[in-house]
Ligand binder design. Structure first.
Ligand SMILES: Cc1cc2nc3c(=O)[nH]c(=O)nc-3n(C[C@H](O)[C@H](O)[C@H](O)COP(=O)(O)OP(=O)(O)OC[C@H]3O[C@@H](n4cnc5c(N)ncnc54)[C@H](O)[C@@H]3O)c2cc1C
Length: 397
């Protein structure tokens, strides 16, 4: 992309990382993405390539073997990867969130135990809040952990775990009944170790098969059923009960910037495909790009790509500078995902009938974009977060 979605003020290291990732995306992801996606095949070679580049340790502190890069670097890498294929960014996203939670909330022992292996991509993270009966209403979690000697015994069912089958460390939010008045203060986050695979992967821990989805294929999304699964007490994130909700929300907040970045990546690709096609396809004696109706579509799409990118970068930079960024990450996620749905739709229309053919990449992007309206909180939930934050800030005195 020559002109759109540029980011001013990047360091030389950031530029180098992005250029390496962009080359990888152009050579190793884009040419294979559609075939792998249509076959719903896990992109093992691509994942191995990302491991070699150190992407699983991109934001993990250097003292634990990672590259210690910022949220901005991570988000720009994700934008590039999603431009190639969103599912690949899904493989690293839950890993990134769990690494973030351990780095910022884990005990020293937990950091020493997990982060070096996570930086290498040998231990791979997934995170689990949602259940069959709830997604937005996290405080209503029913899955329960009850202490029994040095262990906790977990019972219940979790839903929608991205990387549920391929990960080996799942951060699971469950109810521990601390006797607190507010329901969210009765939740605790456990670091559950498990092998890769499906079925009863450990005593009382079942990962049924992959959920068959509209898009976002290749990457596994699963349920996770706990039937008396025992977890040692030292697997409580941070070692203290009752703080799980805040820890998870911190993870989800950086995850929102990540989802915004994915939406930017898909939008950039949808624009690239549209601008190319519009100059190749002729009707009524001239390329369709020369019909004002199509040229204006391109102008609007590019403006949305640019606006979403700038808001995503702004949110990441705020977080990196240590500022509060709940409102800005919600805004970035909201606008980037809504614009992504609109930009892919317009690119699809520009493709005419061919956009409906599986031979054209836009068909895949059209099925990927809707997920971004839902993941890490729906648009309605983002608006709730944004308006709550603003009403606090602008409270009448
Ligand atoms: C492919 C995929 C991967 C996922 N990966 C993960 C994962 O890795 N880990 C994980 O924990 N979860 C994951 N999820 C779950 C995801 O976070 C939830 O689906 C999402 O939070 C929405 O929850 P829900 O589906 O229960 O919808 P609901 O909460 O039931 O919402 C249904 C509708 O009601 C609206 N709504 C709900 N409450 C309100 C309100 N108060 N005001 C206004 N409108 C409201 C919603 O916006 C939505 O339109 C994944 C989901 C999908 C589809």
């Amino acid at each position: 992309m020559a002109r759109l979605a540029q980011t001013a003020g990047l360091t030389e290291i950031q530029q180098e990382i992005l250029s390496t990732v962009k080359t990888f995306v152009d050579k190793e992801i884009i040419p294979h993405a559609t075939a792998l996606e249509h076959a719903d095949t896990y992109p093992q070679d691509i994942v191995d390539g990302m491991k070699e580049m150190g992407l699983f340790g991109l934001t993990i502190p250097e003292e634990f073997g990672g590259l210690g890069e910022s949220l901005l670097t991570y988000a720009l890498v994700v934008e590039q990867i999603a431009r190639g294929w969103m599912s690949v960014s899904g493989v690293i996203n839950t890993h990134f969130i769990v690494a973030h939670m351990i780095t910022h909330h884990g005990t020293d022992e937990q950091k020493q135990k997990y982060l070096p292996q996570m930086a290498l991509g040998e231990t791979r993270g997934s995170f689990s809040m949602s259940e069959p009966d709830l997604g937005s209403d996290v405080a209503a979690i029913k899955t329960k952990a009850v202490q029994d000697g040095d262990d906790f015994v977990i019972d219940g069912a979790k839903m929608w775990l991205t990387n549920g089958g391929t990960s080996t460390l799942t951060a699971v939010l469950v109810k521990t009944d601390e006797g607190a008045e507010k329901p969210y203060q009765n939740l605790t986050c456990f670091l559950v170790e498990k092998p890769v695979g499906y079925g009863e992967v450990a005593p009382g821990l079942i990962v049924p098969g992959k959920i068959d989805k509209m898009g976002y294929k290749g990457v596994d999304t699963t349920e996770m059923v706990f039937k008396g699964h025992r977890v040692p007490a030292d697997r409580i994130l941070g070692g203290k009960r009752g703080g799980g909700f805040a820890q998870m929300m911190d993870g989800v907040e950086v995850g929102r910037v990540n989802v915004a970045a994915r939406a930017c990546g898909i939008s950039i690709r949808a624009f690239e495909l549209a601008v190319e096609y519009a100059q190749q396809r002729s009707t009524f004696g001239k390329p369709i790009a020369q019909h004002q109706a199509i040229a204006f579509k391109l102008a609007e799409m590019a403006t949305k790509v640019e606006a979403a990118h700038l808001m995503m970068v702004n949110a990441a930079r705020l977080k990196d500078s240590g500022e509060r960024f709940d409102v800005e990450s919600g805004m970035a996620k909201l606008i980037a995902s809504e614009y992504c749905a609109e930009v892919t739709q317009e690119s699809f229309r520009i493709h005419g009938g061919y956009g409906y053919s599986k031979e054209y990449e836009i068909e895949r992007l059209m099925r990927e974009a809707p997920f971004l309206l839902i993941g890490e909180g729906t648009s309605e939930i983002q608006k709730t977060i944004i308006s709550r934050g603003l009403l606090k800030e602008y409270k009448l005195r």
